[in-house]
Every structure is written in C-alpha cells, then in structure tokens.
Design a protein around this ligand. Structure first.
Ligand SMILES: Nc1ncnc2c1ncn2[C@@H]1O[C@H](COP(=O)(O)OP(=O)(O)O)[C@@H](O)[C@H]1O
Ligand SMILES: O=C(OP(=O)(O)O)[C@H](O)COP(=O)(O)O
Length: 403
C-alpha cells in the first residue's frame, strides 16, 4: 500500500487530491456533538495542504436515501474542519454538479474544500457495479490523485471507497495507516490475557465477530443490547429487552464453543431495567431498577449492566494485557444508564493493558462521559470496520488501496 509519505515525497503541489474521509459525526440538529472523526483526518488534510495540494475532502454522513436531504448535509462538518484548521474551508453544495466543479476549479494551492454528502447520489451505495462505476467516473473528474483515509467506511463497497481508487493514482492516508497498524497487532501475536468487551446495539453485526474471537480471545465480556440474546439463550426471561430471537441457536453454539475452547464468556449477573426506553433528548429522569440477570420482570427492558456486573467486569479487565472494547455497555446517552459504560472505561484506564476502543459510538461515549481520550491506547474511528478487520474479512476500501 502506497503511503501518503511516499506521495508527499513525489510532490503534490498544484495537484487536486481527493481525500475520502469519514466525517460521519453525531449531530443534534445542526450541532456536532462529537468531532472526533473530523479531528482524526486533519493530519492528512494538513500535510497535503501544507505541501501545496488542492485538497478535496469527501465523505458520507448518516444514511440518506440517494438524494439530497438537508438533515444529512456535511456543511456543519466543513465549518468545523475550517475552525480546526484555522483556515477557510470551501464548501460545495453538491457532489459532482456545478457547485463541486466550480469549487474545485477555484481552489488555489494549499486550499481545502469539502464537497456535499456522497450518499446524496444513489451511485455511491449502488449494488450494481456499473451504476457505482458511473458515479466514480464523475468523482474522478474532480481530482488527479486519490487518498483513502475514511477508515470508518473501508468495509463498505461504495463508489468513493472501492471504485474511485481504481480510477486514480492512490495512496493511504495517515489515519488508515495508524488504524491498520494497531488492529494488526490484535490479529497477529497479541499479548495475553486478551480480553474483549462487546456491547452496543448493532447486535447482528457484532455476533459475527464473536465467531472469530472464540478462537483468539481469552475472555469475552458481553454488555449492551447483545446481552439479552445471551441471557435468553441460557433460558432466562428478558422481558421487553432488545432480543435477536433468530440468533438464539447461534449464541447457544457460541456458549458451547467457548466452554470447549476454554474461552471465559462473562455475562452480567445483574442489569438495570426500566419499563420504558429513556428520552435521550430531554434526558428526563427514568425509573431505573436493578434486578438479577435471571429475574428480569416481563414488563421491563434492560438498559445497562448492574452494579455487581460493573465490579465483576472491572475485575476481569484488571489483569488483561490487551483489551479490545467495542460498543457501550448500556444506553450511555442517558445518565441513568451510563454507569456500566463508565465502569468499563475506568477499568481500562486503571489497567496497564494495551487498549483499543473501536466504534463511532464507543469513542463518542468515552469523550462525552468526560474521559481523556489520550489515556486510551488507541481509539478507533471505525466500529463496523474494526470488527470486520478482526474477523479477517477483506475490506473493500483497503483492498482498493493495495494494488
Ligand atoms: N441495553 C441496550 N438496549 C438498547 N440499546 C443499547 C443498549 N445498550 C447500549 N445501547 C445503545 O447502543 C448504541 C451504540 O451501539 P453501536 O452503534 O453498536 O456501537 P458502536 O458505534 O460503538 O459500534 C448506543 O446508542 C446505546 O444507547
Ligand atoms: O459510522 C460508521 O460506522 P460505525 O457505526 O460502525 O462506526 C461509518 O461512518 C460507516 O457508516 P455506515 O454504517 O452508515 O456505512
């Protein structure tokens, strides 16, 4: 994989460089609640701009349906990038139309532009190769060189991630190089005990990685919405909690395989429940109860791991040499259900282990709960991407940069 350093050595002055970033930041209305993904791509953008390139930054945001949708505009991200860089960042109100073409044509050496959300064009995410290719052809007209640096999206076979690098000379940016370098350590000779904590709500995505981790990790701690499929698989009732009914046999097989492989699979002993999902906008006080994991009342849903589980998980992290954590332990956005996620974050800070925190929401949780992100070994900008990397899958956005 060609690196950005090689590209810089060759010289980029006056060249139009397309930087595929992942600026998919959490928004509350038009306000960015966590700008981590914008800060993560700055080293690449700055290095190129400082070397006199004309930098065209592109990204998706959210999941718009292939047409413009103001709620998913990248304008706030472009403004924030300008603030962080301390320079004017131009913004094109479309992706491959008049605004994009004239904005790019108007760039001078060292200037940066952001173009509008790539997913406003159906070609970006199209399953059909020709449709994606046609959109990639249009994107290719905007640039001379492609730099892939949107690590959070490298698992997507999308036009800007997979098809565009085939059409332009290409290199990997600093963020992708760093992310891959760290994750590689977790797939090669990892220091043991290797403990993995998994939570969050994208349950089906995460169950797949457990399959691979059962042959790799020494201990698995389960939290978040995934827990209830495990508890149900053990024969417990889970009330109104998040449940992947169709995955119960898969999870039962995981429990059995963990036992056979000597992998310690740790499940909550107590959970924090409520009769309703909390209001994340008003943060109005909920009605949390702590119950034993095998005694969740029928009218309650589990929203966090309980106090005994927090102590248990902290003790299971204390002697780790390597930790990978993906997915909050509970609905951390509400203060009643943030304690489990806080406890795991604190345990990681207290442990001397090499820690990798993966996932847009996990990284945001760490920062929003007030932890110093620099105190963690590595905070990955990609949740799905880091999981698929650990699963050993070929990631389209990395494969495209390789040849
Ligand atoms: N018990 C639970 N029930 C429902 N949602 C949960 C539960 N625990 C955590 N979550 C939610 O999971 C979301 C993050 O999940 P996910 O997107 O899978 O994480 P990541 O982006 O870090 O991979 C958070 O918004 C959080 O509120
Ligand atoms: O937020 C992202 O992924 P993540 O939640 O798995 O970290 C990436 O920007 C990819 O977005 P997508 O899952 O809509 O393709």
């Amino acid at each position: 994989m060609k690196t950005i350093d090689e590209l810089l050595t060759e010289g980029v002055a006056g060249k139009r460089i397309f930087v595929r970033a992942d600026l998919n930041v959490p928004l509350d209305g038009g306000t960015i609640t966590d700008d981590g993904r914008i800060r993560a791509v700055l080293p690449t953008v700055k290095a190129l701009a400082d070397a006199g390139a004309r930098v065209v930054v592109a990204s998706h945001l959210g999941r718009p349906k292939g047409a413009p949708d103001a709620a998913f505009s990248l304008a706030p991200a472009a403004a924030r990038m300008g603030e962080l860089l301390g320079t004017d960042v131009a913004f094109a109100t479309d992706t491959v139309g008049d605004s994009a073409r004239s904005t790019v044509a108007g760039l001078t050496d060292g200037q940066v532009a952001v173009i509008e959300n790539l997913r406003f064009n159906a070609g970006e995410t199209a399953k059909d190769d020709a449709e994606r290719g046609a959109f990639a052809d249009q994107l290719a007209e905007l640039a001379d060189v492609y730099v892939g640096d949107g690590f959070g999206a490298v698992h997507r076979k999308h036009a800007s991630v997979f098809d565009l690098p085939a059409r332009l000379p290409h290199a990997a940016g600093h963020l992708i190089a760093t992310e891959v370098g760290v994750l590689k350590k977790l797939t090669e000779d990892v220091k043991r005990p290797y403990v993995v904590a998994l939570g969050g709500s994208k349950v089906s995505d995460k169950l797949a990685v457990i399959d691979q981790l059962l042959g790799k990790a020494d201990r698995l701690l389960i939290g978040g919405g995934m827990v209830f499929t495990f508890l149900k698989a053990k024969g417990y009732e889970v009330g109104a909690s998040l449940l992947q009914e169709d995955q119960i046999p898969v999870v039962q097989e995981y429990i059995e395989r963990a036992r056979k492989n000597g992998v310690e699979l740790v499940l909550p002993v107590d959970v924090v429940t409520s009769t309703e999902f909390p209001d994340l906008k008003t943060k109005a006080p909920g009605h949390p109860h702590t119950v034993a994991a095998d005694a969740i009342p029928a009218d309650q849903l589990g929203l966090d791991i309980g106090p005994e589980t927090r102590k248990l998980y902290a003790s299971k992290l204390a002697d780790a040499a390597t930790v990978f954590w993906n997915g909050p332990m509970g609905v951390f956005e509400h203060p009643d259900y943030a304690e489990g996620t806080k406890a795991v974050a604190q345990a990681l800070l207290d442990s001397p282990a090499f820690t990798v925190v993966g996932g847009g929401d996990s990284a945001a949780a760490v920062r929003l709960l007030g932890f110093d992100e620099n105190a963690f070994g590595h905070i990955s900008t990609g949740g799905g991407a880091s999981l698929e990397y650990l699963e050993g899958k070929t990631l389209p956005g990395l494969a495209a940069l390789e040849d």
